[in-house]
Design a protein around this ligand. Sequence first.
Ligand code: SAH
Length: 251
Amino acid sequence: MTESRRAHFPARLPGAADIAQAAVKAAPKPAAAPAARGHGLDSDAVRARMVERLRALGGMEPAALAAMQAVPRHLFIEPALAAQAYLDNALPIGHGQTISKPSVVARCASVLLQALGARPARLLEIGTGCGYQAAVLSHIAGEVYSVERIRALHELARSNLRALRLANLRLLFGDGSGGLQAGAPYDAVLSAAAADTPPDAWLAQLRPGGVLLAPIGRPQRLMAYRRHASGKVESWCVEDAHFVPLKSGLV
Ligand code: SAH
């Protein structure tokens, strides 16, 4: 653990445990991303049009839309697909996984903000993938932990995120089926991978009043769960969902 990491997280540092931790460290920002050149994707106006389409869907939180405007999605997509970056598509990121659709990322962020009534101070994402949603979440939460079980994707996310210099985002390589005890308790847990039932650890690692948002069941539904101080768990369905499955073990 370096002093610079300690400076960002003085109170509750994750233990080393069996999880390899990689903070997204500051690095010189390139003048322009190579994938953006020639596509016109580096223009804020391209992203602003996507944000307007998201706003038109209704029910989106202003802070979530601002986060969607702030994060350049084309930097998370391989150059051959970059022209599709601001369409409402899930796109392949390798290893049989996909980057979530912008409307799904914006909806999840909005639901969490609405359910909590405030910015989450501490949020856990299960399934970093290419790191896009983690970057969006870092704009709406105080601290974000994101865990990924496929090492190559964990490394891809690190590389994608380096230039964005998001000091409040921690990427971890590990199996998120058991949550991440090191950062608990969380105000919010958000899973980008679907489970048959919500793993107990995800609920147990919420603070009282905290909210879990996850795709659950077959057919999948995006489900929200609030853990009350009494231990009672209240749940509600947000919408139908189509996420990749939650898997166990490391790859
Ligand atoms: N958050 C991504 C979406 C990635 S797709 C985005 O920004 O678009 C879902 C991810 O969940 C995949 O990368 C998959 O490998 C990961 N995943 C599945 N099961 C997991 C588990 N048990 N622990 C951690 N990550 C898991």
